[in-house]
Design a protein around this ligand. Structure first.
Ligand SMILES: NC(=O)c1ccc[n+]([C@@H]2O[C@H](COP(=O)([O-])OP(=O)(O)OC[C@H]3O[C@@H](n4cnc5c(N)ncnc54)[C@H](OP(=O)(O)O)[C@@H]3O)[C@@H](O)[C@H]2O)c1
Length: 281
């Protein structure tokens, strides 16, 4: 069962399904990543703020899979948006991963209420990493349309991706639509809303009819919408289940029924990027 790839605006390709490691204990990360790679995943999504990049690097090395065959994403810590801090933090990411490049590096949050609203100089710093080849692709996360428009006006590169919260309770279709029109691929974070959508009667009805699990149905909905997903699990059976998405298809009616579960802003499980201002100490 092979995972499709998506071509990014900069010519690189990314596997549409990966493995997320948010909230995996640093001590457990190497084993979880190794398990995922053994099961067949080839795309890992981490971040400086998850504090488990070292485990990701270790898991890849322990798996015996070539670094070149694994797509690795990391993201800038909110505390390091100033250019010199971002440069130091990016060096640290590469050291922790034990790699001389990342496939994709993101600004984790726009933080429009901090740093005088200046995520533009942060983005220009990521452009340096792209130019020197240490980040093959660069992108953003949790950017709203006005943030993306500002980058379009004031900077050189278009973000290859925008990683945003999206699932049936919060489809986030306006931001997704802007991305689709501007060559920015959407990555959907918390794709199963950290489990909250799995008991929904619409989800369980479609899952029963398809002979699939609720998680598979929701993840397949994302795949058919064309987004990139990386569900997180530390449970080997679930890690396996979440990869088995490419031997069935949902009909248009099912896709529409899942999309109709959208609750708008009330459906968010995470913070609103316009006001989120968390800085780790
Ligand atoms: N850019 C951002 O700001 C941002 C924010 C949040 C997340 N992310 C990224 O998106 C990834 C995924 O999001 P997430 O970790 O928040 O949530 P998620 O993938 O939507 O859900 C993870 C939760 O669902 C459970 N689960 C996983 N597979 C399951 C299955 N087949 N059946 C039942 N339960 C299942 C997991 O439990 P167990 O682990 O106990 O099995 C875990 O509690 C993250 O790991 C991270 O890489 C990015």
């Amino acid at each position: 069962m092979s995972v499709p790839t998506i071509e990014l605006d900069d010519g690189y390709t990314i596997p549409q399904l990966g493995f997320g490691v948010f909230q995996i204990d640093p001590d457990d990360t190497a084993q979880a990543v190794q398990t995922a790679l053994e099961i067949g995943y080839r795309h890992i999504d981490t971040a400086e703020m998850y504090q488990n990049e070292r485990g990701v690097g270790e898991g890849v090395r322990n798996s015996g899979v070539d670094r070149a065959d694994v797509y690795i994403t990391s993201k800038l810590n909110n505390s390091f948006h100033k250019p010199d801090d971002a440069r130091r933090a990016f060096d640290e990411t590469l050291t922790k991963l034990g790699s001389d490049y990342v496939d994709l590096f993101l600004i984790h949050w726009p933080l429009p209420t901090l740093y005088d609203g200046d995520f533009v100089s942060t983005w220009r710093t990521l452009e340096e990493f792209k130019k020197d080849g240490r980040a093959r692709s660069i992108g953003v996360s949790n950017f709203q349309i006005d943030h993306l428009e500002r980058l379009a006006r004031e900077t050189e590169f278009t973000p290859a991706v925008n990683q945003i919260e999206a699932h049936p309770y919060f489809t986030n279709d306006t931001v997704r639509g802007y991305g689709a029109e501007h060559g920015i691929v959407t990555e959907a974070w918390s794709p199963i809303a950290q489990g909250k959508v799995l008991g929904d009667p619409v989800v369980t009805r479609i899952a029963e009819a398809a002979g699939r699990t609720p998680a598979q149905v929701v993840l397949r909905w994302h795949i058919q919408r064309g987004d990139i997903v990386f569900p997180k699990s530390v449970t080997p059976q679930r890690i396996k289940e979440n990869l088995a998405l490419f031997d069935f298809e949902l009909g248009d009616d099912d896709i529409q029924a899942l999309t109709a579960l959208d609750k708008g802003e009330a459906g968010r499980t995470g913070p609103n990027p316009d006001v989120f201002d968390y800085l780790p100490s």
